[in-house]
Design a protein around this ligand. Structure first.
Ligand SMILES: Cc1cc2nc3c(=O)[nH]c(=O)nc-3n(C[C@H](O)[C@H](O)[C@H](O)COP(=O)(O)OP(=O)(O)OC[C@H]3O[C@@H](n4cnc5c(N)ncnc54)[C@H](O)[C@@H]3O)c2cc1C
Length: 324
């Protein structure tokens, strides 16, 4: 069996950056991605616009040209796909890694299709696969989704959106403008402070003029086929409802990391242990790259500030002399 210098788990922007860097330094590597190329971006809302300008999303100094300063999802898909194909990256798509174990000096990586051996493993699995659940009755109804895609679907419908951060606010404005009757259910006392500075005034004005209804200091008690029950500060309210978008954030697959033996901070943030100089975890030879490094602090890392992880890790691998 071939032994790779590095197996990279996750073919998001940062996994791809790691593959490119490994290729540049003539290391043998394989990227394993459970979906299509940049699967998380593929599953973002169809009209989504990045908050970063395109040059901040560039990897390996390959120019990213977009029509507007801040690119759209479709342009980012084009960019990362072209990088992957034109550089002939060694990537296996639709192949999910289920287990990583360490032998004496090599790793065994098991996927749903095959088994591989490597000297080093990079985990770049992001945080977009597991939604933070509301844990209320009715959350499993087909009308409830934790992912938002296209506003057209909600035209003429009574849509409740739970959350107050960028994803929830973007969805609320977009769906309202395509004819949905939008109600926002917000746990805190205001629209999130991290909402993009050019979007926040728009949502606040729509709420103040009554175009979008908002319940602050409120949580969902129960979701029924045609209604939703909300606990507000003073009383329980029942409103008519056709669809629910629970956009309350996502979290990394901690079970996967635990199974590998990676430890976490125990302050509630669940930040995985790693050395900032090398990105190596408490398991020698296993490195973290990309947004997964933030644990529950999913806003801390993004493409802009984590693309550097690729260079840091490959340098550390080379200094180690390829072998663990
Ligand atoms: C709506 C939204 C907007 C954003 N806008 C910006 C922005 O403007 N600028 C910015 O810099 N950042 C932005 N971010 C943050 C950042 O873009 C993303 O989180 C980015 O995708 C992170 O890249 P990544 O490679 O670390 O993780 P991901 O892109 O999430 O890649 C992880 C990959 O790992 C794969 N995977 C997971 N588990 C396995 C497994 N077991 N086996 C194989 N493959 C697996 C997944 O399918 C996925 O493709 C945004 C995030 C969201 C949600």
């Amino acid at each position: 069996m071939k032994i790779f210098d590095i197996v990279i788990i996750g073919g998001g922007p940062i996994g791809i950056a790691c593959g490119l860097e490994a290729q540049k330094k003539e290391l043998s590597y394989l990227i394993l991605e459970k979906g299509p190329i940049v699967n998380s971006l593929y599953n973002y809302p169809v009209n989504m616009q990045f908050f970063s300008s395109s040059e901040k999303l560039e990897i390996n100094e390959i120019p990213f040209i977009s029509k507007e300063a801040k690119p759209r999802r479709s342009e980012a898909l084009e960019y990362y796909r072209r990088i992957t194909t034109s550089n002939k990256l060694n990537i296996n798509l639709f192949e999910k890694v289920t287990k990583v174990s360490k032998g004496e000096d090599k790793f065994t990586i098991v996927s749903n299709k095959n088994t591989y051996k490597s000297n080093h493993v990079i985990i770049a699995t992001g945080f977009y696969d597991i939604a933070n659940m509301l844990n209320v009755i009715g959350e499993n109804l087909p009308k409830v989704s934790h992912y938002y895609n296209d506003p057209h679907f909600y035209a003429g419908q009574k849509l409740a959106i739970i959350g107050a951060s960028n994803s929830a606010i973007d969805a609320a404005l977009e769906c309202y403008r395509k004819g949905a009757e939008v109600t926002l259910i917000i746990r805190g006392k205001e629209v999130g402070q991290r909402v993009k500075y050019w979007v926040r005034p728009d949502i606040i004005n729509r709420i103040e003029e009554g175009s979008i209804k908002a319940f602050y200091n409120s949580t969902v008690k129960e979701i029924l086929e045609d209604k939703i029950i909300i606990n507000t500060k003073n009383r329980e309210i029942t409103i008519q409802n056709d669809f629910v978008l629970a956009l309350t954030g996502y979290k990394p697959n901690f079970t996967f990391l635990e199974q590998i033996g990676i430890s976490f901070s125990n302050d509630g943030k669940k930040i995985p242990s790693y050395n900032k100089e090398t990105m190596e975890t408490n398991i020698k030879g296993v490195y973290l790259a990309g947004v997964i490094c933030g644990g529950m602090e999913t806003h801390k890392w993004f493409i802009e500030n984590s693309r550097i992880h690729a260079k840091i890790i490959v340098k550390a691998v080379l200094e180690r002399g390829k072998k663990v």
